[in-house]
Design a binder for this molecule. Sequence first.
Ligand SMILES: [Zn+2]
Length: 388
Amino acid sequence: MDFRCTDCDQVFSVTTRLWRCECGGVLELSQRPRFDKDKIDPKASALWRYRAMLPAIRPENIISLGEGWTPIVSAHAYGISFLAKLEFLAPTGSFKDRGTTVLVSFLKELGVQAVVEDSSGNAAASLAAYCARAGIHCKIFVPASASPAKLAQMRAYGAELIPVEGPRENASLAVQQAAQGSYYASHVYSPLILEGTKTLAYELWEQLGGRAPDAMLFPTGHGTLLVGAYYGFRDLLEAGLIEKIPALHAVQAEACAPLYRIYKENLTELPDLPHGETMAEGIRIRRPVRWRAIIRAIRETGGSVVTVSESEILAAQRELAHQGLYVEPTAAVAVAGLQKMRPHHTLTGRGEWGEGGTGEGSGERSLIAVPLTGIGLKAPSQSDFSDF
Ligand SMILES: [Zn+2]
């Protein structure tokens, strides 16, 4: 296994401390493992049932907290039924644990003893937990705007927190300086993260009895779950186990929607957007690093990018809570996106987008899956619920 630059094709050893290529491009695995259903280990802990399809790591170095294999329950919004994949039931309360277990196990394998990171939220909390488990020192550069509950969680795991004044980008600059002397364990840049998030697709395929959903919606900032799922479904397609990759839809907050601009206006460069404020802090990302891969996955699968307003996010969060699903605003973004596609979208050619009822006259109904990415308990806007 090697890393390869997605822009200039330069190859790097996996032991490299570079988090991106000298040309500025992002790294990916030069060769990804293939999916083989006969190699699934049903006795292994959760996500590590797919160990044969993950980068080679010796058993003693696998750092697992039982992440993955999350339940699926039915839910509905705006008269549309969908399957909710309960990613917020992960060990640290978000889907980030899928990527972290692979990344930290890989770092343990490399003998790394200290890491730095600059996420302000779920990714850093997840990294802090797995580093605690692995005995790896974890230093996190956090912007002043970080959610207090998430900071408390990182501190509880024993992470060293370094506050950085100003916007989020300042924390990124600080960490990149610190990364000269330490391993930058970035959820955004590390290709190992996508190897973890791809298991979302494998699980859906297994849990749905050997089929893929017709469509999926993701709250999208840096797009690590969407791109990972795309890889996972492509693996299943190449293995001849599904006929088609689901239409992958990205949902962004109106206040911060660079992917929407790129998609709508066919831009070939990232637009320079102002700092938009949104309660969906997990996807408040002005410059998604893997934007080309995100847009490619969306176009290739017949997906789309839509935006939702702050009031639509709140309404979706409320709608989910009334069905017993308490998620953070970022997670509710994907569900809010459901209403944006219905009138003009035929997803499968077999029936209108998520039409409710029995689908008489329009053939089989579309199977829509939405990962609910983060738990509501550590979101900063608890007071939003005070009026019920
Ligand atoms: Zn390069």
